[in-house]
Design a protein around this ligand. Structure first.
Ligand code: CEZ
Length: 788
């Protein structure tokens, strides 16, 4: 059903029906596309807010990216109808809208492009998509191959959805000079001020073709007629009617008559589809499109852009794991770090964690991002709910709801930046606050963030939650200003402890002592008020109701408080053992760890909106991978390598067909969740959200590099303390580090007891490679104990 090429860079899906929601994604700095295997597409470009240019057939709400998006017959898509004129047979590529089941199907996803190869009756159609790096535009190539011994006559009709552009004004026509379909609209508005705001919007959608079509259609209804999208009336005629659309729903369809001799193939038909300002704008774009080798150059740019993610490279006995990390996880980390999930106001915790991922890919950009985030901190120490990425950006959606955890992520995400780049000088950089002219050092900014966390506590020293913490929809625990979060209390302990260590390492001993003491206070309060006897609860509501306790019928146990208790050191060995036991009893599923269980089935007004989400979806008891990643990271800190690896591996759809079908997702990214509620709805459990926006990516990458392969920077070099699963006899990572390359080979040997490092070209001190010089390549052998 799904396989990879030898190197893992090409993922091939061989059925459009076994996993109908399966999709791949492409992006550049201007746009993003989620590309479903059947030809449906979700695409948005930034102007600067995410905007559609290929719309649904009815008014669409503006929203952020949602999980488990439904596809339906008129969902935006890109298709090619093939009519075999002699056989009088109509089918379509990749699969929708005709859904011909007899065709041979393959969808190949690569980092920079997607190619479908579909064959029927010895006619093969190759349909390829990529994005240029410098423009919001889709680049499509179509080639048709006649594998038969006879001459073939085909009517080839590429179809690009444009949809309901506007209730104020929409129209479309074919422009002969531009050899393009031009669909014009006016973004609807009512206030005068919006007229001025909207003036520069790209309200036109165009489809340019490299070859003059024999006919075209831009009038959606006239194309479909009474036959419908799967059997359009227009395709029973010798050629399309070449109408205009005048306030009717536009579409971009071109048609070519193709005659192929035996074993002959067409040249490439090329199309570019995207948004534009005006005809004049399209005209200037086309000059580039027509340049010789334009497609080849843009394709190689797209490939180069993807190379930015190729820093560390592993090999291990698990080929899916290798391919996933090398080609797909690192790409997902790159996507998050480089374009911030295509928002202009990323949630602060997301921005910081996505930036954390950049620490291994692009240290300079990570540093810039930290500067940007800190420049938006209030002088009180509070971090805003979202980071504004440009002058016109505003806080939207969830960022208008006060959350109290944002400060926590500063030390946690800065730490790998320091260890990876040894750039402790950064602590001395002066940056202003958002609400005062005063510039203070990074050291002072982060210290104030910790002070803010300390100040935002009640008489018991538990952290106020306001309308949410890491869990966005936990909005009613503390909306009256009294409720507290157990998780945030212990997460603050971990943040203060992490910060204390950084202060200590850099000689700020007073600060180190101060934050160590704060950490201890948070831990003490957490132990006094949040331990239930079997595990830690999740919070105490405005009305004093503790939840996430053994007596709760639903929402009995939450993962995050247990995780952070391990990280902060709050739990003693006895408590840790009880927690681990409870997590494995209540939260384990074959698809990973549930975030809470049992999932809520009704509204709990002392907890909030999270309890209203469908049981097993999103934060209500799904396998929420972000939370699972925290737990895996914590297990590694506690040397629980076998258990940690088991949960880590569950995050990736397995190669087994059954698992793939149940998850319904290609192993090209880690999704934000798989359905949970395993006890309640076992048949739905495992189903992927298909949403690739998730803080999981950065944490998973960190886990692989720092924990599994155990390669962590220190002030003197690269420390090597691997925690490979016992069944791996050997592995390797080629690690980019401070300008050098280190090839680290791991091997288990009978005679080895503790970890031994050897090298002919590097200096080793204990478990650390020291004196690493840029532009050098070092080779390290790491010998590990063989487990019986
Ligand atoms: O959003 C994520 C947030 O981006 O949910 C996480 C949170 O830590 C991330 O910062 C856990 O709550 O109902 C909601 O508002 C949800 O919170 C979602 O929007 C959720 C999405 O699933 C992610 O795209």
């Amino acid at each position: 059903l799904v396989d990879f090429d030898a190197n893992g860079a090409v993922c091939r899906l061989k059925s459009p029906t076994a996993m109908p929601l399966a999709s791949s994604y492409l992006w550049n700095k201007h746009m993003m596309m989620q590309v479903n295997c059947r030809g449906y597409i979700v695409s948005r470009f930034m102007q600067p807010e995410p905007t559609a240019y290929s719309h649904a057939p009815n008014l669409e709400a503006k929203t952020f990216m949602q999980p488990e998006q439904p596809y339906y017959a008129h969902h935006p898509g890109r298709f090619v109808y093939i009519k075999d004129l002699e056989r009088d047979k109509l089918w379509s590529v990749p699969y929708e809208p005709c859904r011909h089941e007899g065709a041979e199907y393959s969808m190949e996803s690569e980092a920079h492009c997607i190619t479908w190869r579909i064959s029927l009756d010895e006619i093969e159609v190759v349909w390829t998509l990529f994005l240029a790096t410098d423009l919001a535009a889709e680049y499509w190539t179509l080639r048709i191959v006649n594998h038969s011994d006879g001459k073939r006559k085909l009517l080839v009709t590429p179809y690009f959805s444009v949809g309901y552009m506007s209730w104020m004004n929409q129209s479309a026509h074919f422009d002969v000079q531009l050899n393009s379909i031009v669909c014009e609209s006016v973004t609807p508005y009512q206030k005068v001020s919006q007229y001025f705001d909207n003036k520069e919007l790209l309200d036109t959608t165009f489809l340019w073709a490299s070859r003059k079509p024999d006919a075209w259609q831009v009038h959606q209804h006239n194309f479909e007629g009474e036959g419908g999208l799967h059997n359009p009336s227009a395709l029973s005629k010798p050629k399309l009617d070449c109408d205009d659309a005048r306030y009717e729903t536009p579409v971009a369809i071109m048609q070519y008559k193709v005659t192929l001799e035996p074993k002959q193939q067409t040249e490439d038909y090329r199309f570019i589809f995207g948004p534009a300002k005006s005809k004049r704008h399209i005209q200037t774009l086309i000059k580039h499109f027509q340049a010789p080798d334009h497609f080849q150059h843009r394709l190689s740019d797209a490939l180069d852009y993807q190379q930015l993610a190729a820093t560390n490279h592993l090999s291990c006995p698990d080929p899916l794991m290798s391919s996933f990390v090398n080609h797909w996880l690192s790409r997902q980390v790159h996507y998050h770090g480089d374009v911030n999930r295509l928002t202009t106001d990323p949630q602060t915790r997301n921005f910081l964690q996505d930036t954390m991922g950049l620490c291994w890919l692009n240290g300079a950009k990570a540093r810039d991002n930290f500067v940007l985030a800190l420049s938006q901190q209030h002088s009180s120490g509070a971090m805003p709910d979202g980071i504004l990425l440009n002058d016109t950006a505003t806080l939207k959606y969830i960022n208008q709801v006060p959350h109290t955890d944002h400060c926590v992520w500063l030390p946690l995400c800065l730490k790998p930046y320091f260890t990876e780049h040894n750039d402790f000088e950064f602590l001395n950089l002066e940056i202003p606050y958002s609400d005062s002219d005063q510039s203070v050092t990074v050291l002072e900014h982060v210290s104030r963030a910790m002070d803010w966390l300390v100040a935002q506590t009640d008489h018991r020293h538990l952290s106020y939650i306001a309308q949410g913490d890491w869990c966005d929809p936990m909005n009613m625990v503390g909306y009256k200003g009294v409720g507290v979060s157990s998780w945030l209390t212990v997460a603050s302990a971990y943040a203060c402890a992490t910060w204390a260590n950084i202060c200590l390492q850099t000689g700020h001993t007073d600060l180190a002592e101060k934050y160590r003491a704060h950490s201890d206070d948070f831990n003490a309060a957490f132990n006094t008020h949040c331990w239930t006897g079997d595990w830690y609860h999740r919070g105490i509501s405005d009305d004093g109701i503790a939840f996430g306790t053994p007596t709760d019928g639903e929402g009995r146990i939450f993962l995050n408080p247990q995780t952070f208790a391990l990280l902060s050191g709050a739990s003693c060995d006895e408590k840790s053992a009880k927690m681990l036991e409870a997590v494995s009893t209540y939260l384990e599923t074959p698809y990973g760890l549930q975030m809470l269980a049992p999932a809520y089935t009704r509204m709990h007004e002392h907890v909030g909106r999270v309890t209203q989400k469908f049981p097993g979806s999103a934060e209500n008891g799904s396998v929420y991978n972000h939370a699972a990643a925290f737990y895996i990271y914590a297990l590694y800190q506690k040397n629980e390598a076998e258990l940690a690896f088991k949960y880590l591996r569950q995050m990736i759809p397995a190669s087994a067909q059954e698992d793939l079908i149940q998850r319904g997702q290609l192993p090209l990214y880690v999704p934000n969740y798989y359905r949970g509620a395993y006890q309640q709805f076992p048949d739905r459990a495992g189903r992927s959200s298909q949403l690739f926006n998730t803080g999981t990516a950065a944490w998973m990458y960190r886990i692989v590099v720092e924990c599994l392969f155990g390669l962590v920077g220190t002030q003197s070099g690269l420390q090597i303390s691997p925690m490979l699963p016992s069944h791996w006899q050997d592995a390797q990572m080629v690690r980019s580090f401070r300008g050098a390359i280190l090839t680290v080979k791991y091997e288990r040997r009978e005679q080895t007891q503790a970890v031994v490092l050897q090298s002919l070209d590097a200096n080793i001190a204990g478990n650390t490679v020291v004196n690493i010089l840029p532009d050098h390549h070092y080779h390290i052998h790491v010998y590990l104990k063989k487990e019986s």
